[in-house]
Design a protein around this ligand. Structure first.
Ligand SMILES: NC(=O)c1ccc[n+]([C@@H]2O[C@H](COP(=O)([O-])OP(=O)(O)OC[C@H]3O[C@@H](n4cnc5c(N)ncnc54)[C@H](O)[C@@H]3O)[C@@H](O)[C@H]2O)c1
Length: 332
């Protein structure tokens, strides 16, 4: 297959290398000609330290390869996916399958990443998500992800393109559940980092992660996701990896905030896209417009956007009225 990878951050680069290893003809697009030239010459990407770029990987700052592509993968930060889709929409051949590996929700509209791609291009798109740090995938450490699309044949084509002996891909038709999990777990990872930065313990983090998953599932069900997705790789799986690993920039940003660093400085120090920051605003807005109760996301929003003190946020969460763990037959 001919594949164009749009976005040359850590994740786009790791997946471009993987697709080359799988025998595809891959072009990695970066918007900066200087960066493209530097990567083509050095065969490394500073965003993915210690990893050589595959010898067959083409690197470019122009979009010519899109017109010849069987698959176009969007790996930009969430805030850039719409503008990137607009850049390529007139070049897309009708056979090209669109894939999003970006994790986020558009704050202004509440749209998921594949919904943005459909809005901008008129095409159905597949979401690929799961517990998958670029640093580990690029070193061929066993990893599992989910390719999700309402059109199962498209999900299975993406499964076939990405799957190999160290990267296992499951197909799913629950694109709603997979993409909401991808976006919302980053908010909880930020909170898990804040908890660590405050010096709270393992009990606190387990409480946060478990109730965070409850919030995510509650919102996901209200928006049409399937229950089993939230206990699968894209749900629990990604929640575990992102709330416990130092590879998670969301968690690292949270640790700094918990230690008293301002939100702006924490984002600056992490130096890569912290999707949980943007997703916290989207979660807050979705919670308000759907009426789904999401107390952890609400407190995260107050800390990140309203200057609330993280310790006060913990007090608010712990002093909420008593409840049953499961208030109805599903997760509440
Ligand atoms: N890093 C991971 O392990 C990982 C794993 C799974 C999913 N993701 C998701 O993939 C997406 C990208 O993450 P990343 O880790 O590659 O980010 P990154 O911070 O490493 O890189 C972001 C890249 O996007 C580029 N960029 C910024 N603004 C842009 C714009 N307007 N147009 C085009 N490109 C632009 C930057 O130049 C940079 O190359 C995020 O949504 C992230 O949540 C990342």
């Amino acid at each position: 297959m001919k594949i164009t990878m749009l976005g040359s951050g850590a994740w786009g680069t790791a997946l471009a290398n993987l697709l080359c290893e799988n025998g595809h003809a891959v072009t990695l697009w970066t918007r900066s000609p200087e960066k493209a030239a530097a990567m083509a010459c050095s065969r490394v990407n500073p965003r993915l330290q210690g990893v050589m770029l595959h010898a067959a990987l083409e690197i470019t700052a122009d979009l010519d390869s899109v017109a010849q592509s069987d698959m176009v993968v969007f790996a930009t930060p969430s805030y850039a996916i719409a503008e990137t889709a607009r850049l390529v929409r007139d070049r897309l051949p009708s056979r090209a399958i669109l894939v999003s590996v970006t994790k986020g929700i558009e704050p202004e509209t509440g749209l998921r990443m594949t919904e943005i791609l459909t809005r901008e291009t008129g095409r159905v798109a597949v979401a690929l998500s799961g517990p998958s740090h670029a640093e580990e995938v690029s070193r061929n450490m066993p990893t599992g992800c989910v390719a999700a699309c309402e059109q199962v044949a498209l999900a299975e084509t993406v499964q076939d393109a990405f799957m190999n002996d160290t990267f296992r891909v499951y197909a799913s038709v629950d694109v709603v559940g997979v993409e909401l999990s991808a976006a919302m777990k980053n908010v909880i990872a930020l909170c898990a980092g804040i908890s660590d930065g405050l010096g709270l313990g393992d009990n606190s983090k387990a409480l946060l992660v478990t109730r965070g998953l409850t919030e995510l599932a509650r919102l996901g069900l209200a928006l049409g996701g399937r229950m089993e997705t939230f206990s699968g790789l894209a749900g629990v799986g990604d929640m575990i990896v992102t709330c416990t690993s130092m590879h998670s920039r969301n968690r690292r940003a949270g640790i700094l905030i918990g230690q008293g660093v301002t939100v702006d400085k924490a984002m600056e120090q992490v130096g890569a896209v912290v999707e949980g920051y943007y997703a916290a605003r989207s979660a807050y807005q979705l919670s308000r417009c759907t009426g789904v109760d999401m107390p952890i996301c609400r407190e995260a929003y107050q800390v990140l956007y309203e200057g609330a003190n993280p310790r006060t946020a913990v007090v608010h969460l712990m002093q909420r009225e008593k409840k049953h763990e499961f208030e109805d037959s599903s997760w509440s």
